[in-house]
Design a protein around this ligand. Structure first.
Ligand code: ATP
Ligand code: MN
Ligand code: MN
Length: 304
């Protein structure tokens, strides 16, 4: 990983707000939220979101004309970015490219200035891009699946992981499904992570074929939950905890304690408007300790 020399700034370190152009532009028409509201949101959750993205290759979804107009996925560093750093990484085709890496609040706020709404980090750090430290089980309900079933699926996945002596953490996506996240320390080669995640999803679908499916084919997913293991490869991303989603109502991907799952009504229950207050209210970070969990997949490397 390489870091750009930080731009010299006259303002004090903790004032991470660069110039914001078009602050009054409407970004979420349904709730009349502006670009300034987006900046205020990310400032308000900065201490929570930064640890989830800092030092990782990061893709962003940018919506120059608001969340309801065309948006695009960006993973590479581009001209004009000064506070955002980058890591030069090998791509699948064999070439090298500069991947976005946010190191601090100024970097994130610069992405906001560039109309980024969603944050999607790798499950690996930029200085060890070949070692996964987060496995994500992305539970995607097919058509006709009630949210209660998605919740049940998450509980089931957690239980199976438990049997493998793996602790897992829960988050809403702000979309339709849930993510079950497994931290790894030491990190693990992507090949093994992929094999593990695929094997896990296959086993789940075989043992409960009415409930789970492990192939992405749309028509096989009717009334079933797709265990999207494809999130677990080098270069794949998952939405960051505390990221906004570019969807109506400005939903947020929010970490939850497992004990909070039973009363959750939907995956987009939390929004830009209520998350900051919620964070002030809550007594404890539901993912507290995730950084210190010591577990790996080594016992899996000899199997199948
Ligand atoms: P939902 O709960 O609605 O499924 P999600 O964030 O899990 O929300 P998915 O479509 O399941 O959405 O995608 C999972 C993750 O895969 C995303 O968060 C994103 O990081 C990544 N992803 C999805 N689509 C793309 C894409 N076209 N290009 C790159 N990455 C993608
Ligand atoms: Mn999903
Ligand atoms: Mn998915």
């Amino acid at each position: 990983a390489r870091k750009k020399t930080p731009a010299r700034r006259a303002k004090p370190e903790n004032d991470a707000a660069p110039r914001l152009t078009s602050p009054g532009k409407i970004v979420f028409p349904g709730i009349r939220a502006t670009k300034q509201d987006v900046a205020d949101y990310y400032q308000a959750v900065m201490d929570h979101v930064l640890p989830e993205i800092a030092g990782r290759p990061l893709s962003v979804i940018r919506c120059p004309n608001g969340s309801e107009k065309p948006c695009f996925f960006q993973k590479h560093h581009t001209a004009g970015l000064e506070a955002v750093s980058f890591a030069r990484l090998k791509e699948e085709a064999g070439n090298n490219a500069n991947y976005l890496v946010v190191e601090d609040a100024a970097g994130l706020m610069e992405l906001v200035q560039f109309n980024a709404l969603e944050l999607h980090p790798w499950g690996a750090r930029a200085d060890t891009p070949d070692l996964a430290d987060r496995v994500v089980f992305d539970l995607d309900p097919g058509p006709g699946v009630r949210f209660a079933e998605v919740k049940g699926a998450a509980v089931h996945v957690r239980k199976l992981l438990r049997q493998l002596e793996l602790d897992s953490f829960l988050r809403t996506t702000g979309g339709k499904g849930l993510h079950v996240v497994v931290p790894l320390d030491p990190g693990c080669e992507w090949d093994l992570v992929k094999r593990f995640a695929h094997g896990f999803a296959d086993a789940l679908a075989k043992s409960e074929p009415l409930r789970f499916v492990a192939v992405s084919t749309l028509k096989l997913r009717n009334r079933k939950i797709f265990v999207d293991y494809l999130r677990n490869g080098r270069g794949a991303t998952a939405v960051a905890s505390y990221s906004l989603r570019a969807r109506p109502g400005a939903p947020v991907a929010l970490p939850l304690a497992w004990s909070e799952l039973s009363k959750l009504r939907k995956a987009d229950a939390f929004t830009m408007r209520d998350v900051p207050a919620r964070l002030k209210r809550r007594r404890k970070d539901p993912w507290q300790g995730i950084e210190t969990v010591k577990q790996d997949l080594s016992r899996w490397s000899s199997e199948d």
